[in-house]
Design a protein around this ligand. Structure first.
Ligand code: PEP
Ligand code: MG
Length: 869
């Protein structure tokens, strides 16, 4: 079995085997970019390692020897060589990038002897010992699990004693002392010496990387990002080049475009005389990449050209790591860069305009679920005017949020989970250990670090607002106090964070949702051209509908009219209606409600400007409108001027054991036809009003909870008779349709017959799922999480359609319905109508449209296009 591939042997299509980093290093090598030589130990070796009881097998060991030999010959350096010692880095690299989750060790090959040789051949003792202390710290932490803090503390103590500002002030003598102390730490903390043999160092490092695939933080990251746990990681072994070899050396990270905004401008940071982790760890504040043009103009030009070539080659924005050693540029990594959803949209549109990718490729590159995050909340303009920024930092991840602050991932998580608080994680910096706290935070704030710090990268990936590098913030973990510009804050205090401009504000500020920008509009337009599913909104109020129209909705797919009655004056009339004993008593409240409803529908139709609007007649059980306890009963009987005892009797009479299966939907129409008649008059009345003003309105009247053709036919007759009588009264007609919700399994099973009396179908997957699974939609919270945890359900079927069960019924209903009426319009208006995975399935069974909440409209639009492409 071949477990090891030299960089010359691989290419970018071998991600699964070589990991993302390995595949890209190989690709860059074959394209002739300046990549330090090395080899990749494959993910299959990782599998073999686990199969072999967490040990490298003989085959792998033998191949490592061979690869080392080849590398040594190629670069003219060898482990332990007295005149040119080989030093290597060992880095993990999984097939799907997992930033910060796995471990890296640099400078392997240094020991008490080779450090001296390195000092001699570079004529730089400081550099040699600086490299050695880094190896000792990284190796000690990753392999022997000695906490990083203890190493840091030793360094910190020496800096404090000598009043140093930065690591660069450490002298050769200091570094000797540090190396000595670090070695003592090995004995004290791990009971072992630091291994002097480079080969032993290398194998221990490879072992540790393979083991780190299963560490807790990697598991949490995989779980959060739905990455399979059996993929394994590869290990890259690469000749070291040194960014810490002097002031003509350095190291940095860059993105070929701005990863927060998508702006087409090289974006990055570097540090002179520094190595690897210094830039991302946020220990020293890095310089913007543009300043390299002043300090090393030739090298800067070479870097810009290399970055452009890589972007054109990979046809996507690249995330680059580079090192400069004595004025020579080396590329250490190129991969497709992580970006905010806003940047993803802008970059996709720009790449199409630059001719690098096609429209369909652009659409496929954007995750529909992330689109919601583009409609980032902003602080309310007026509320903001009342507040002054307390401090400001780097705008690392856009969006605005308020929350209660916590200083550790654990306390943030506890406040979120146990107290249901909105929390903001405030820290000096973050590390992969903080991931669980970051995931549940509304926003993240750090006092240190740059735009590529761990906090910044992770927050952007999650679409969580973040402000980093806030100089005016100090966090004192020991005493549980944060100080912002002189003001002390404690855990639980409120803070507002604007990650779009980096500002922090004391207290809570109201947030508003922002608008669709031009790039997103372009993506939505292209999606409309590519996709063939209609995307409608579930909207009950003119405000909802107006919002949905801004997001490009084709019209309304569902208005739940019962939601229109939950206003005080309407509730009163509704109650008067419900407790009435006969049709005669119902007349007065019905007349009142007719006026109100007609006004509602008029507004919705007016906004529609002729787009299709589907209005569903009253659905829920009547007793939902009635008072429940003694206090409410006293209040309502007083308002209605009736005897409380009489009201109690009516409430009791309407009470049901199982209301979800009770007197709702068209069952109401069978017993109280006058309610539906009133609603139909209001709908058609409003449409006719606009019709006389010259606006063509297409009302679609929808009947909920149909179970049989007979029932639908009965209710339809009521509707049609009412419409016809109104047409006759007014001497005008217009086009309208009467269709049904498909949300009872029996309706799906007999869809061919139901279609005979329906002008359209609309799947109510909420009820259809409830009735197919027998899961009460209002009670699933008590057991659904366990079903998902125990693997009995892959996903919550109320959020992602259950293709095998509910989906099968839907498929059957579509086929049967279209057997009767080949052009029958069929929609989906349950919760899953806005879910990208479900939309893929709906496209496959020839549904005509989906309808979802206004904020899901753009998500559904893109998902519909992707489902078609
Ligand atoms: C449904 O059941 O899926 C539906 C859209 O109706 P409601 O949620 O109002 O019952
Ligand atoms: Mg329903």
């Amino acid at each position: 079995m071949k477990y090891i591939y030299r960089f010359e042997e691989g290419n970018k299509d071998m991600r699964r085997l070589l990991g993302g980093k390995g595949a890209n290093l190989a690709q860059m090598t074959s394209l002739g970019f300046p990549v330090p030589s090395g080899f990749t130990i494959s993910t299959e070796a990782c599998q073999a390692f686990y199969d072999n009881g967490n040990q490298l097998n003989d085959d792998t060991l033998e191949q490592i020897d061979q690869a080392l030999d080849q590398l040594s010959t190629k670069v003219g350096k060898r482990f332990n060589s007295p005149d040119n010692p080989l030093l290597v880095s060992v880095r993990s690299g999984a097939a799907i990038s997992m930033p910060g989750m796995m471990d890296t060790i640099l400078n392997i090959g240094l020991n008490d002897q080779t450090v001296k040789t390195l000092a001699a051949i570079t004529d730089n003792e400081r550099f040699a010992y600086d490299s050695y202390r880094r190896l000792l710290a990284m190796f000690g932490n990753v392999v022997y699990e000695i906490p990083e803090d203890i190493f840091d503390q030793i360094l910190e103590d020496i800096k404090i004693t000598n009043h140093y500002d930065s690591d660069l002030d450490l002298t050769v003598a200091d570094l000797h002392t540090i190396v000595g102390k670090f070695k003592e730490l090995y004995i004290a903390e791990a009971g072992k010496e630091f291994p002097q043999d480079p080969k032993v160092q290398l194998l221990a490092a490879v072992n540790a990387v393979f083991e780190s695939w299963n560490n807790h933080r990697a598991q949490v990251y995989r779980w959060e990002n739905h990455i399979a746990s059996d993929l394994g990681t590869a290990v890259n072994v690469q000749m070291m080049v040194f960014g810490n070899a002097g002031e003509d050396s350095g190291t940095g990270v860059a993105f070929t475009r701005n990863p927060a905004t998508g702006e087409n401008k090289l974006f990055g940071e570097y540090l002179l005389n520094a190595q690897g982790e210094d830039v991302v760890a946020g220990i020293r504040t890095p310089q913007p990449i543009s300043t390299l043009a002043d300090t090393m103009p030739d090298l800067y030009n070479e870097f810009v050209a290399t970055a452009k070539k890589l972007e054109i080659h990979y046809r996507d924005m690249q995330d680059l790591e580079f090192t400069i050693e004595h004025g020579t540029l080396y590329m250490l990594q190129a991969r497709n860069g992580k970006r905010t959803p806003t940047a993803a949209v802008k970059i996709a549109v720009d790449l199409v305009e630059e001719g690098l990718i096609s429209r369909t490729e652009a659409l496929l590159r954007i995750n529909p679920d992330s689109i919601g995050a583009i409609l980032y909340p902003e602080f309310d303009e007026e509320a903001l005017q009342q507040s002054q920024p307390a401090a400001s930092g780097l705008p690392a991840s856009p969006g605005a949020a308020s929350g209660q602050i916590y200083f550790t991932a654990e306390s943030a998580k506890a406040a979120h989970d146990d107290l249901e608080q909105k929390v903001i994680l405030v820290r000096q910096d973050t590390s992969p250990e903080d991931i669980e706290g970051m995931v549940i935070s509304e926003a993240i704030v750090t006092s240190r670090g740059g735009m590529t710090s761990h906090a910044a990268v992770v927050a952007r990936g999650m679409g969580t607002p973040a402000t980093v590098g806030v100089n005016d913030l100090q966090v004192d973990y020991q005493n549980g106090v944060a100080t912002i510009a002189g003001t002390e804050l404690h855990e639980g205090d409120w803070l507002s964070v604007d990650g779009t401009n980096g500002n922090l504000y004391f207290g809570q500020i109201q947030t508003n949702d922002s608008k669709v920008n031009d790039d997103l509009s372009t993506i939505l337009d292209w999606s409309k051209q590519e996709g063939d599913l209609g995307v409608y909104a579930n909207a009950d109020t003119p405000a909802d509908f107006a919002q949905a129209l801004k997001f490009g909705a084709d019209g309304i797919g569902l208005t739940r009219t019962e939601h229109m009655f939950f206003k005080p004056e309407r509730l009163l009339e509704m109650r008067r209606l419900i407790i009435a004993e006969d049709a005669e008593e119902r007349k007065a409240p019905l007349a009142e409600l007719l006026q109100m409803q007609q006004g509602d529908f008029y507004e919705l139709f007016r906004l529609s400007e002729g787009r299709s609007v589907t209005i569903r007649l009253l659905d829920p059980p009547l007793h939902e409108f009635l008072p429940h306890d003694a206090k409410e009963i006293a209040q309502v009987s007083d308002q209605l001027g009736i005897d409380p005892e009489y009201l109690v009797r009516r409430v009791d009479a309407l009470k049901e054991i199982n209301p979800m299966l009770g007197h709702r939907g068209d069952r109401l129409a069978v017993t109280f036809p006058d309610i539906y008649e009133m609603q139909v008059r209001a709908i058609i009345g409003a449409a006719l009003e606009l019709h006389t003003q010259g606006l063509e309105i297409q009302p679609h009247i929808m009947i909920p909870l149909t179970g049989s053709k007979a029932e639908m036919s009965w209710v339809r007759d009521i509707v049609v008779n009412q419409v016809e009588s109104l047409f006759n009264e007014q001497g005008t007609r217009l086009k309208y349709t009467v269709g049904t919700m498909m949300e009872i399994p029996r309706a799906c099973l007999t869809a061919d017959k139901v279609a005979e009396v329906s002008d359209f179908f609309s799947f109510g997957t909420n009820d259809l799922t409830q009735l197919t699974y027998g899961f009460s939609r209002d009670d699933v919270g008590s057991f659904m999480p366990e079903y998902i945890e125990k693997g009995l359900l892959k996903a919550d079927p109320f959020q992602t359609v259950d293709v095998d069960g509910v989906g099968e019924l839907m498929k059957m209903a579509v086929e049967k319905g279209r057997f009767t009426k080949p052009n029958l319009p069929i929609g989906v208006c349950g919760e899953v109508g806005g879910d990208p995975k479900s939309i893929e399935f709906f496209e496959s069974i020839n549904v005509s449209y989906v309808s979802c909440s206004p904020y899901r409209v753009p998500v559904a639009r893109l998902a519909a296009a992707q489902a078609k492409i």
